[in-house]
Write a protein that binds this ligand. Structure first.
Ligand SMILES: [Fe+2]
Ligand SMILES: [Fe+2]
Length: 362
């Protein structure tokens, strides 16, 4: 349906519904408009108008305010509500501010007062059609814009999801690479990450933080990459100078991971540096004590030590869970944050579940 305004000559196909009770006036309106090239459908009352509106689309409806049966105002209300693409032009023999206001509230496009000249009618119709054309264009533009924004948002969301998965995967593999240098068949990284997840959750740190901690903790021993094999794989106890070298992995890990400003990596750097600190201040590299040790470092210490105890090493067999937990209990307030340790010891069922879910490869 074209909605070309008056002035573009004959032949355009705007379809106008004329709803007018007075036969002579209806005929005059229809004839004048058809002479301009509009197609007109004439009806004498509201019910007939509703029937036609249900059956076909109109570019414009011209309504007499005082129709027989249900009034023109009611019909106008129904059309503005149910036929958004069909603007309404009111025709009235009664010029009253209250009527004009009611028409305006309904959103009718114009208001022609009888008696009117043919030119007045034509100009009102042309203006209404022009306004409709602009509104339709705007609506199309808006819909297009919304669709574009929606599509772009979906693309962006997918790209971010991919990026997130790539980051998780890279972190995991990088952490495993460092760990492979140490204990070849170990699922240490997974278990340690799960313990951190469990502790962070029980501390009520919130889903986002919990997820970050579980990921970041996987990189706690990344600083072992440059530590010589003969220290990492030494079957017996380390000499004091060898131990000094091994201890450097905390600071080295921090330096590998820090500097990007990315929350996850900065957290990983913090954990790498602080996972060997002890609550009583006797740990390394900085001898921090109590709450001076970052919370995430304290969390990692609990998970890391428990898993080291319950895993076999080249220099020692695995401890049974009960025994490991007892030994850790002895370090309450020594090696470990007492409150954190209590949470861990109170979650034995879940701890054993993690051990069962992530066994060392044979
Ligand atoms: Fe470590
Ligand atoms: Fe570790």
């Amino acid at each position: 349906v074209s909605d070309e305004p008056l002035g573009r000559g004959r032949g355009h196909s705007a379809r106008i519904l004329i709803v007018e009770g007075a036969d002579d006036l209806r005929a005059v309106m229809s004839r004048s408009l058809e002479r301009q090239g509009y197609q007109c459908v004439e009806v004498a009352h509201a019910d007939a108008a509703r029937e036609r509106l249900a059956a076909e689309r109109f570019t414009l409806a011209l309504l007499d305010v005082k129709l027989p049966g249900s009034s023109g105002m009611e019909l106008a209300r129904d059309i503005t509500r149910d036929h958004h693409d069909t603007p309404v032009l009111m025709v009235t023999g009664l010029d009253h501010p209250r009527l004009a206001d009611a028409a305006f509230q309904l959103g009718v496009y114009g208001y022609v007062v009888k008696p009117f000249s043919v030119n007045e009618l034509l100009i009102s119709v042309a203006n209404a059609l022009r306004r409709r054309s602009v509104e339709l264009q705007n609506r199309r533009y808006r819909t297009q814009l919304e669709q574009t924004v929606e599509a772009r948002t979906a693309e962006l969301r997918e790209a971010l999801g991919n990026l997130e998965r790539a980051a998780e995967w890279t972190i995991h593999r990088l952490a495993r690479a460092a760990e492979f240098r140490d204990f070849e068949t170990s699922a240490h990284i997974e278990r340690m990450s799960r313990y951190c997840w469990m502790l962070a959750t029980r501390l009520g740190l919130g889903d986002d933080r919990v997820r970050l901690i579980a990921l970041a903790s996987q990189m706690h021993d990344i600083g072992k990459i440059p530590i010589p094999d003969d220290i990492l794989f030494k079957p017996g106890p380390l000499s004091p100078s060898e131990f000094e070298l091994l201890k450097q992995h905390a600071e080295i890990g921090y330096r590998i991971l820090t500097g990007s400003g990315v929350e996850l990596l900065e957290l990983a750097a913090t954990i790498a540096r602080s996972h060997h600190e002890r609550w009583d201040g006797t740990g390394y590299p900085n001898g921090l004590a109590g709450e001076d040790i970052p919370l995430e470092g304290r969390i990692a210490a609990v998970g890391d030590v428990f898993d080291a105890m319950t895993s076999p090493r080249v220099y020692k067999p695995a401890l049974p869970v009960e025994q490991a937990l007892e030994q850790m209990q002895d370090e309450r307030g020594g090696h470990f944050d007492p409150e954190l340790l209590d949470v861990f010891l109170g979650s034995t069922g879940e701890v054993i579940g993690v051990l069962e879910d992530y066994p060392d490869a044979a």
